[in-house]
Design a binder for this molecule. Structure first.
Ligand SMILES: Nc1ncnc2c1ncn2[C@@H]1O[C@H](COP(=O)(O)OP(=O)(O)OP(=O)(O)O)[C@@H](O)[C@H]1O
Ligand SMILES: [Mg+2]
Length: 268
């Protein structure tokens, strides 16, 4: 594949992999990129729900892999104004989902072919692949397809440890290029006089991969996912990350003046 293929991972559940994958897909699309967003969480797929198109899912990435549908029937375009195409998943039997068994190579070939077909059909500049928690089979399959990884971690020791292990695991799967997104970042807690939360440096050190960006906690994201309201702070942070992926130099908290003011305290 000539387009850039990124997977989103952490073996820790609920750290925001799907939220960040979708948010970044939208931010890249807003900067004129054509995006294919593929759901490889075969245990708890959710991107169709987050995009609000669950009632429009006809076929899934697994159906496409099995050649049980056309690429047109598998793809959804959730946002009229954006060139963002979703390849949804379902709880499915194309992959055994306990992650303990190695993924059968023939299944990886089929899934890779399905993603390739969708990427060609949509003329995607970027392919973003969301994976589930644990060492899922979806993660193994995504690692066989992707060029690089985005590892998501928050402040908790469990999430930092899980993210570090995920990075090591991805290296053994051949993904040497991994970056960290800290999400959700608790600006108040990390900047408090008595450090209530792990600082940014502690998180980066614990995970052991370079920082790509920081997405602050934004209740607006939860509201947005429920179809009410929007997430201005998170959206600005994701625009910054999208800019970096496009090779621009974007300061860590560009467009986030309230957080910029606190930046010295956030690295303590
Ligand atoms: N920056 C943020 N600010 C506020 N809420 C957030 C943020 N990021 C994620 N969330 C919320 O955290 C919850 C979990 O997010 P999400 O489903 O994206 O996690 P996940 O890592 O994909 O979970 P899973 O491991 O089950 O796939 C969601 O309710 C989401 O709205
Ligand atoms: Mg998820």
């Amino acid at each position: 594949m000539t387009e850039k293929v990124l997977l989103f991972a952490s073996s820790k559940g609920g750290v925001g992999k799907s939220t960040v994958a979708l948010g970044l897909a939208r931010a890249l699309a807003a900067q004129g990129q054509r995006i294919l967003l593929a759901d490889f969480d075969f245990c708890s797929p959710c991107l169709d729900l987050l995009c609000g198109v669950e009632d429009h899912v006809l076929c899934t990435v697994s159906d496409l892999a099995r050649e049980a549908c056309t690429v047109e029937n598998a793809l959804l375009r959730p946002y009229e104004t954006q060139e963002l195409y979703l390849l949804p998943a379902a709880q499915d039997d194309i992959l055994p989902d306990d992650g303990r068994e190695p993924v059968p190579p023939d299944r990886i070939v089929l899934l890779a072919r399905a993603v390739q077909q969708a990427a060609e059909h949509t003329h995607a500049d970027f392919v973003l692949i969301d994976t589930g928690a644990g060492v899922s089979t979806g993660l193994q399959a995504a690692a066989a397809i992707a060029h690089s990884a985005v590892i998501v971690a928050g402040h908790t020791p469990a999430s930092i440890r899980a993210a570090g292990r995920t990075g090591q695991r991805l290296q053994t799967c051949g993904i040497a290029d991994a970056h960290l997104i800290i999400n959700p970042f608790d600006v108040q807690g990390a900047g408090a006089k008595k450090n209530m939360r792990h600082s940014m440096l502690e998180i980066i050190d614990g995970v052991g991969v370079p920082l790509l960006g920081v997405v602050p906690y934004d209740y607006g994201l939860t509201l947005e996912q429920e179809g009410r309201g929007g997430a201005d702070i998170a959206a600005s942070a994701l625009q910054n990350i999208a800019g970096r992926l496009l090779g621009k130099t974007v300061p860590l908290f560009s467009g986030l003046p309230k957080i910029r003011k606190k930046k010295r305290t956030l690295f303590r």
